[in-house]
Design a protein around this ligand. Structure first.
Ligand code: F6P
Length: 481
């Protein structure tokens, strides 16, 4: 019998029975993992309530899945989510040590919420459940579950980058958080590069690696460490794009472009996404390649996020100012170079925009994977594909680096040149770049990704099981004689 799978993440995307089917990257991944298994998805409800600590876990059934959520108290929300997770771990893991604002109180809040997750889960766990924990909010969850006596197979996947040990060790009391990964059976990273960085960190912490570097022993525990580049539902997304391009929404956008080529960026408002650098790169493009003025429109779709974290509020101001400056400098009564939009769109609407775009700009300063890059490729029309301009610092560059135009997002001139190259690229070259990228994404889609991780989680326990069986056999023989 296939064991039950318990997925745990900070946010849980409970489907709205009234609303349309919408799924972000994490929800698509979790759905793929739960497709052929009984199981449930546990995490924060997204609600903050004064009596959070006294409220029972909320359990709902939707679309043949079980969702279990807890609320956070205002203090937990502030210390754990706005504080340690998003003002310390997020910047440091994105190589931005300069932005980290550490307080011991917030680290305490982070560890407390991890313990609270473990308490809430504990009563529901059966000994043969598999547990799959997602992302940087829950680094110490396995340690808390082990402390409560749960010896289940527990896997962890980090959706964001993992920097080298020198940067990880700038994280105050890093053994409490990064070091706690040693309590998982399997730790998955987005890229080989991230796995290599974590490997070096654990070596420095006294971990003894096997020869292939895929597993280590630390404090009497054995941990597997591997890269599992996160994927998308490639064919499903391609189908969505094919039909979305015929929607009223797509028609309106196309009409509004008035024959101009579309340059597109889609990112959460986050400093890791390199939005200000990208806009500067676009300004440089208008400056250097003057013939393209009036011929292009750059749409930047940027829903706001984490608005209560000061660095995000500051970013909102700088992006708006920069867009205003460039539109002011180059715009004319009949042409606005940049359309900057702070609103979230459905997957179908985004798919239509991707398919319409001549150029997709995905230029984060640092990104675990960046699913926009993958969705942009999946959404293209094979007969007339657009060109992806991709940051060398996105995890997706490991898989898409041969077809995309790779840029260093810090180099405005290089970004400007890449936009010009993309716009001028002949159809045959666009197709030759697109085809292998699409094939690769279709071959490693989200279903395969989930299966690979869960198979590795199962295998991570094999040596231990084997050892237990042999020991039991010897004990049985000893009592027989
Ligand atoms: O990329 C990491 C991640 O946690 C995603 O899983 C999530 O979609 C995104 O950041 C948004 O984060 P938040 O939950 O803080 O809005």
């Amino acid at each position: 019998m296939v064991p039950r799978l318990i997925v745990v993440s900070n946010r849980v995307a409970v489907p709205d029975p009234e609303g349309p089917r919408q799924a972000g990257g994490l929800a698509v991944a979790v759905n793929a993992a739960l497709k052929h298994r009984a199981g449930l998805w546990f995490g924060w409800s997204g609600k903050v309530s004064d009596d959070a600590d006294r409220r029972p876990t909320d359990v709902v059934e939707r679309r043949r899945r079980t969702f279990m959520t807890i609320d956070l108290s205002p203090t937990d929300y502030q210390e754990y989510y706005n504080g340690f997770a998003n003002r310390v771990l997020w910047p440091i893991l994105h190589y931005r040590v300069d932005l980290a604002e550490f307080t011991a109180v917030e680290l305490g809040g982070y560890l407390r919420v991890n313990a609270r997750f473990a308490d809430a889960l504990s009563g529901f766990l059966r000994p043969d459940d598999w547990i799959w924990v997602h992302d940087y909010h829950l680094l110490s969850l396995a340690k808390e579950l082990r402390a409560r006596g749960h010896d289940n197979p527990i896997g962890f996947f980090l959706h964001i980058p993992c920097p080298p040990p020198d940067i990880l060790m700038a994280l105050p009391q890093h053994a409490e958080t990064m070091g706690a990964l040693g309590h998982y059976d399997l730790v998955g990273m987005q890229t080989e590069h991230d796995a290599e960085n974590l490997r070096h960190y654990f070596e420095q912490q006294g971990g003894r690696f096997n020869r292939s570097g895929t597993g280590f022993d630390l404090d009497g525990r054995h941990v597997q460490l591997r890269a599992f580049p996160v994927a998308i539902a490639t064919r499903v997304y391609a189908r969505t794009a094919r039909s979305a391009i015929r929607s009223d929404f797509a028609g309106e956008v196309r009409d509004s472009l008035n024959g101009r080529r579309l340059i597109l960026g889609v990112d959460r408002l986050d400093y890791s996404k390199g939005i200000t650098h990208r806009i500067q790169g676009f300004g440089q493009f208008l400056d250097t390649y003057k013939d393209w003025r009036h011929q292009v429109t750059y749409i930047q779709v940027t829903p706001k996020s984490r608005a209560e974290v000061p660095e995000y509020a500051d970013l909102n101001d700088s992006v708006s100012t920069l867009v205003g400056q460039i539109n002011g400098r180059y715009g004319e009564p009949a042409w606005t170079p940049i359309r900057y939009i702070n609103r979230a769109y459905s997957r179908a609407s985004l798919a239509a925009l991707y398919r319409m775009a001549a150029v997709g700009l995905v230029t984060p300063l640092r990104d675990g994977m960046n699913l926009v890059a993958k969705e942009f490729i999946a959404a293209q029309n094979p007969e007339d594909p657009g060109v992806l301009v991709l940051s060398q610092f996105a995890g997706a560059a490991e898989e898409l680096g041969d077809g995309a135009l790779l840029v260093n997002p810090l180099e405005a001139e290089a970004m400007a040149e890449a936009i010009d190259t993309a716009l001028k690229m002949p159809l045959a070259e666009r197709q030759a770049r697109y085809r292998p990228m699409y094939r690769r994404l279709a071959a490693n889609d989200i279903d395969r990704w989930a299966e690979r991780f869960l198979t590795a989680l199962n295998e991570s326990r094999q040596p231990a099981r084997l050892f237990d069986n042999i020991r039991q056999l010897f004990q049985a023989r000893a009592s027989f004689f």
